[in-house]
Design a binder for this molecule. Structure first.
Ligand code: ATP
Ligand code: MN
Length: 485
């Protein structure tokens, strides 16, 4: 079957006046004459005008919401407003009926909660089709950016026998009988009997493997599913999400920040160029949603405005020390409005991150030089003169990129390349060196400065779509208590 996409039919002016065949799903059927047809290629519908005399009433009764229909006809300049062309249908086929009484998604506004419960059908709505077309644009843009920058797509494993990364709680992968697993002499589960001969889990990060790749290929990035069993029922956490982790040899923290900022801007420029229809729709959706909120909680900018703003301005780069000082002087701190305490040594909470971004700097912020005790073992220890060095305590060359509405969107660092410093740090943090001997080999044989970061795909998609819940920007969300569909 040769079909013209509805996007083509609407945009390709050379098709006007010609006969084409389109196929899609009925959005609405008005006045017994006008079918608004959508095939997912664009958020816009093609108005297909039928000749009542040629289509009998029984057939017309089948143009219910979400019925699949194929229409052939001439594309003519539209008399109605809102579209450039419409189709004068000459031939018509119902490909798949949709029982209007039973179809759960009607042409009216449904709540996002309702649509989440019907997540298998929500792609047929304007909102979700826009979100998932944009998710594609962002994903593709990530490959495009790293390819342009000379990075190799490097596939890190999903199953891992090392839990040393410490980025989060892990899911176990096992083929042992859950009811009566083999036990060792101490009466504990004998993982040697398990499929991989060792206790194995789903990865929380591909970084350690990416470092191995970077220290041979120079520049690599991973882009794959990542799993965290943390019981966080927030609007920013999933149990299964997609993470992008570039890693580059001979790159320092400054280069890492530049790469992160460059990536964010590349992706924003790409969606502004390729997704304007979807963005305009989502911008309107967000405005409606904002209007229901009290004045004080409304954001000052619309979606498209916000994207342009982030694209045009350099991100603010500050140290953790600066961040703490700003928070201590802030109104919400002095009025005791923060839920979590603020003092040197704390991990910044999302409320603190959002204050810095939304209220203080009003633009994305990159914070560097976090206290060593709250960051992973592989981050490089700062010395006097390093950006992010602090008199207050030991800091590492970490950098978090904070975004409006979201908080942390990227977490990265320059890695500790000095074997002795790294080993001492691992000992301090009780990271078992024996298990990571393969990792330490990179520091034994031709070690060099290197750096990288992790970007959560869904957090970025939240930002560019203006959606509020991370469960709405991944096709099939997995979260505590939910793995349906
Ligand atoms: P947070 O403190 O926000 O939970 P994190 O510091 O644990 O995040 P990292 O280990 O630094 O996260 O992971 C790198 C990036 O992966 C984060 O900046 C974020 O964009 C994303 N990310 C982390 N955990 C999740 C999750 N559970 N669901 C979705 N994205 C996540
Ligand atoms: Mn982080």
């Amino acid at each position: 079957m040769e079909h013209t996409s509805i996007k083509q039919a609407l945009d390709n002016e050379s098709l006007t006046g010609t006969t084409v065949t389109v196929a899609g799903w009925v959005r609405t059927f008005r006045n017994d004459r006008f079918i608004a047809l959508n095939d997912g290629s664009t958020i816009r519908n093609l108005q297909c005008v039928i000749d009542q005399e040629k289509v009998d009433a029984t057939t017309r009764a089948r143009f219910t919401t979400s019925a699949a229909v194929e229409c052939t006809g001439v594309l003519v300049e539209s008399k109605g407003s809102g579209q450039r062309v419409e189709m004068q249908v000459t031939e018509l086929k119902v490909l798949g009926d949709s029982d209007g009484e039973k179809y759960p998604i009607q042409p009216k506004k449904h709540s996002l909660e309702f649509l989440r419960e019907n997540a298998h059908l929500r792609f047929r709505t304007n909102t979700f089709s826009a979100v998932f077309r944009m998710r594609h644009q962002v994903s593709f843009g990530i490959h495009e950016y790293f390819d342009q920058e000379g990075y190799n797509y490097f596939h890190s494993p999903i199953i891992t026998a090392s839990d040393a990364e410490g980025a989060g709680e892990m899911f176990r992968v096992s083929t042992l009988d859950a009811k009566g697993p083999p036990l060792n002499d101490a009466g504990e589960v004998d993982w040697k009997e398990d499929f991989f001969g060792a206790e194995s889990r789903l990865t929380v990060s591909g970084q350690l493997q990416a470092e191995l790749g970077a220290l041979a290929l120079g520049k690599v990035y991973t882009f794959g599913p990542t799993f965290r069993a943390e019981n966080s029922n927030t609007t920013r956490h999933l149990a299964e999400f997609w993470m992008i982790e570039p890693e580059a040899a001979f790159m320092d923290l400054k280069g890492d920040m530049d790469l992160a900022e460059g990536l964010c801007k590349h992706l924003i420029a790409r969606v502004l160029k390729n997704s304007m229809d979807d963005l305009q729709f989502l911008d309107g959706r967000l405005k409606e949603e904002e209007a229901t909120k009290p004045q004080a909680q409304r954001s000052e900018m619309g979606l498209i405005e916000r994207l342009k703003f982030v694209l045009e301005d350099p991100f603010e780069r500050i140290t953790y020390d600066d961040a703490i000082n700003i928070l201590l002087r802030s109104k919400p701190y002095q009025k005791k409005q923060f839920q979590f305490p603020v003092e040197w040594g704390i991990d910044l909470q999302s409320e603190h991150e959002r204050y810095l971004v939304e209220k203080h700097f009003k633009k994305p912020v990159i914070v560097t030089g976090y206290p060593a005790q709250i960051k992973a073992f592989y981050m490089r220890t700062n010395a006097p003169g390093d950006f992010g060095y602090s008199e207050k305590g030991k800091t590492v060359a970490a950098m978090d990129v904070l975004f409006p509405g979201i908080g942390e969107i990227i977490g990265g660092s320059q890695r500790e390349e000095r074997l002795d410093v790294l080993e001492a740090r691992m000992k301090d943090m009780n990271v078992p060196a024996e298990e990571l001997d393969w990792y330490l080999d990179t520091r034994r044989f031709g070690t060099v400065p290197h750096a990288g970061f992790g970007l959560g795909l869904e957090r970025f998609v939240l930002f560019v779509t203006g959606m509020g819940n991370i469960r709405d920007v991944i096709p099939f969300p997995r979260f505590p208590g939910g793995a349906e569909f």
